[in-house]
Design a binder for this molecule. Structure first.
Ligand code: ADP
Ligand code: ASP
Ligand code: MG
Length: 810
């Protein structure tokens, strides 16, 4: 014999009931079928009960809708000729429902007894309708066989009585027998129910009593998944679980199986399969006694419980005093309070426990009463209560044999800024459970799932500010390289937010990078970048990365808050790194403290790797003693292109037209851009330096830079053509060349024009290239040399892209 249970998700409509019918017909042995109420009906019945109890006449309308929902299923399932018969078949139940509700409405009081009667009607209705459409099926009223008594705030199954009633019934079972799930009765034959989700339990009780060969739980998922698929879309089906693993996962919230279900089948050693009504061919999950350990996998699944509170009892009067925990738990048990998790510090001066939110007030009262004396004389402090909390558990038999599970777990949640309030590990080392804020739950589940089930891919959630030349190139790369990243790096970059200086747009499911800028223009909401910041923080997504492709000071101003909220920052904007040393340091420190990344490789030399090699030298303990560099592609282009035919003013125009210079070339010509880059290099090399300490000789005299407008400047600068050409010719005649250099020598920072000889590495620096020479204690005779194309939107965007991928890989 097999026992098959079909949940509300499987019997929500006539169409689905036909699927169920086909599954039942395909079983070639004796079968006992347990069904839930039609999908959503139990919730609605409970709502009706409460409305009636409040004396709210709206209950009647809701009641009507429940009746109609059943009539609709009947119409979908049966020939017109038989429909009336079926309606008559369920009339006694509907009648009972109407009269109980009426009574509750009139006296405006909903007793537990009435509530249980009302909420259990759904299974009586559904089972009768389904029995009528399965040929030869015999219907049994579960209330006659499953008996309960009341205790610990719930109905407890009286197994002795239940099993004997069921065993007496067994010889009368047909080939197909149908039982309503969820419902039961007490010794006084009053209606009771087995708790929400209790149809699973009904099925397990029947399977155990009838000594079935197998119990199958049919639902709307392909099996027991690594996490709730409604929260983690990448969760996948677990092939096999031991009874204990399944129990732990369901205890901590995996709704696919009602937790008490396991015990009866475990005791009778009956295997359980979790199957999908909508995909019967899928293998599903097998639960049995085997402790099957798949290869290297450290854990089997993750589950979570919401709507709980954390209570913490603390005080030095608890240390070494025996009996405190006993009194604590006895006081809670006496008031039927269900304790979900317990954690005690080894110093014994605090005990934390988690209770369901609906029981919090009662729990506090119980504890306060129990420890009244100790609290009065301050041996125990007041209870600390944290509301809106959640418990997350990771489960797997393999954890016993693997080290580092807890390390990986807390490292991944910590890096994402999820605060852990209490931790408990089952003595059997089968689970680790911990308490977090409810608002962090989705993020926590995502990062844990990613850390432990890296079978598919990792994902980062990206927010981009700036869609100018660099930003738009970056979007283009993201769009074009999506497939390659997924294939080669198992990385998915999801563009969740995009902001320009005027507007912003978000989509937590991710937007197409190629259409994002148009979307922003069409549908963006106006707002300042601080609003973009607040929204990024509020979205609270795992592995969030903020990318700055602007040159704006306001944008640089939001980094700190983002890093503090565990959002990594990748920036092509030099402003933060070259503002005050204190700001620079604060950003670096915050990133380190929070375990997130702050990358700005493109601040110097665009796509050229300069900062990373310096970081590596410093990390290896080397000390950088001297730097010499050409860091302005624009200025190098200008000096390289000056000639007898092409004077300074013309080369400036040309550099601007070719997009080598900043839109306002004075930014380049003032040398400020080079100063910023040098500052960043010096700081990354370990020097504590401020911008004022840099000696700057601008490329053109200061007085020109102060002219009131760019047009006037472009006009006036022609006056310098002659002098520049003269200097150039003189330098060339000595076999030298002009270079606009940045140097750090003996702690002194300098930026200005220098003349270099043929033997100097700068001499041959072509076009708009950059070069950096690094002398350190290890590179003292021959400097490390980094040279290459160092300007342009394309290479800058590529550098930013590389930083983003680096964030994902750490
Ligand atoms: P039924 O009506 O069939 O009893 P339930 O709604 O009670 O169905 O349980 C199935 C639901 O459980 C799934 O739709 C899924 O959202 C949820 N669920 C939570 N955790 C898990 C998990 N680890 N594996 C599968 N489903 C889960
Ligand atoms: N219908 C009941 C509920 O929703 C029992 C069940 O479906 O398991 O809780
Ligand atoms: Mg269920």
């Amino acid at each position: 014999m097999k026992v098959l249970k079909f949940g509300g998700t499987s019997v929500g409509s006539a169409e689905n009931i036909i699927r169920v019918k086909n599954i039942i017909h395909s079983v070639d042995q004796q079968v006992v079928v347990v069904v839930s109420a039609f999908g959503g009906i139990t919730d609605r019945l409970i709502r009706v009960a409460h409305l009636a109890g409040e004396g709210n006449a709206l209950y009647n309308k809701e009641l009507h809708e429940i009746v109609n929902a059943h009539y609709r299923v009947i119409e979908g399932l049966f020939e017109v000729a038989t429909q009336e018969n079926i309606r008559q078949l369920i009339e006694p139940e509907l009648d009972e429902l109407r009269s109980i509700c009426k009574g509750v409405f009139l006296i405006k009081e909903l007793s537990r007894k009435s509530l249980e009667s009302i909420s259990g009607i759904g299974e009586r209705l559904s089972s009768k309708v389904i029995a009528a459409c399965i040929e030869g099926a015999q219907w049994f009223d579960s209330r006659h066989y499953i008996k309960t008594s009341y205790g610990f705030d719930r109905n407890l199954v009286d197994f002795e009585l239940t099993n004997s009633l069921l065993r007496n019934l067994q010889p009368q079972l047909s080939r197909v027998s149908l039982f309503p799930g969820y419902i039961s009765s007490n010794r006084k034959n009053e209606n009771t129910v087995l708790g929400r989700g209790g149809s699973d339990y009904t099925a397990a009780i029947l399977a155990a009593a009838f000594d079935a060969q197998k119990l199958e739980i049919w639902s709307d998922v392909n099996g027991f998944m690594t996490a709730d698929p409604k929260v983690i879309s990448r969760a996948y089906c677990i092939e096999h679980l031991s009874y204990i693993e399944a129990m732990e996962l369901s205890h901590f919230g995996a709704k696919v199986l009602y937790p008490p279900t396991i015990l009866p089948v475990y005791q009778s050693n009956i295997p359980v399969a979790i199957k999908n009504t909508f995909d019967p061919a899928a293998p599903g999950t097998l639960i049995d006694r085997e402790k099957f350990l798949p290869g290297h996998q450290q854990i089997k699944g993750i589950s979570s419980i919401k709507e709980v509170s954390l209570l913490t009892l603390q005080g030095i009067g608890m240390v070494g005093v025996t009996g405190i925990s006993m009194r604590l738990f006895a006081s809670l048990a006496a008031r039927d309070i269900n304790v979900v998790l317990i954690s005690q510090a080894s110093s014994e001066n605090s005990i934390s426990l988690v209770v369901e939110s609906r029981q919090t007030a009662r729990a506090i009262k119980a504890v306060e009463r129990e420890f009244k004396r100790e609290m009065a004389d301050k041996r125990i402090n007041n209870i600390i209560v944290d509301n809106e909390m959640a418990v997350v558990a990771i489960v797997g038999e393999n954890m016993k044999r693997t080290t580092g599970v807890a390390g990986l777990l807390f490292n991944s949640v910590g890096k994402n800024g999820v605060n852990v309030y209490a931790i408990a590990q089952g003595g059997s080392e089968l689970n680790i459970s911990f308490v977090i804020k409810e608002r962090d739950i989705k993020k926590a589940l995502n990062v844990i799932h990613e850390s432990f089930f890296l079978s598919d891919y990792s994902r980062i959630n990206l927010f981009l500010a700036g869609k100018g030349t660099v930003g738009s190139k970056l979007l283009q790369m993201m769009g074009q390289q999506r497939d390659r990243l997924m294939r080669d790096n198992n990385l998915k970059i999801r563009l969740v937010g995009l902001a320009s200086s005027k507007a912003m747009i978000f989509d937590s499911e991710g937007m197409d990078p190629l259409g994002a800028a148009d979307n922003l223009a069409a549908k963006g909401t106006p707002g300042p970048v601080t609003q973009f910041r607040d929204q990024i923080i509020a979205m609270n997504l795992a592995n969030s990365v903020f990318v700055d492709c602007s040159a704006s000071e306001e944008v640089a101003g939001i980094y700190h808050a983002l890093l503090q909220a565990n959002v990594s920052v990748v920036t092509a904007n030099k402003i933060a790194g070259s503002s005050t040393y204190a700001t620079y340091r604060q950003l670096k420190n915050t990133a380190r403290e929070k375990g997130v990344k702050f990358f700005f490789e493109t601040n110097v030399g665009a796509g050229l790797p300069i900062i990373a090699p310096i970081n590596n030298l410093v990390k290896s303990g080397d000390k950088i003693v001297r730097l010499e560099a050409v860091l302005s592609g624009t200025l190098n282009y200008i000096v390289n292109n000056l000639s007898r035919e092409k004077p300074l003013s013309e080369v400036i125009v040309e550099a601007r037209e070719k997009g080598f210079s900043e839109p306002d070339p004075r930014v380049d010509l003032s040398g400020i851009d080079v100063v910023r880059k040098l500052l960043i290099l010096a700081r990354e090399s370990g020097y504590v330096v401020e911008q004022e300490e840099v000696e700057v000789e601008p490329f053109v005299p200061q007085s020109y830079l102060e002219l009131p407008s760019l047009d006037i400047f472009m006009e006036k600068v022609k006056a310098l053509d002659g002098a520049f050409e003269e200097r150039r010719q003189q330098v060339v005649s000595q076999g030298r060349r002009l270079r606009y250099a940045a140097t750090l020598i003996q702690g002194r920072l300098k930026v200005g024009l220098i003349e270099v000889e043929k033997s100097h590495p700068f001499y041959d620096l072509e076009g708009s290239n950059n070069i950096v020479l690094i002398w350190s204690e290890n590179y003292d005779r021959h400097p490390m040399q980094i040279k290459g194309y160092g300007a342009g939107a394309e290479v800058t965007a590529a550098g930013v892209f590389a930083d983003i991928i680096k964030v994902a890989n750490v």
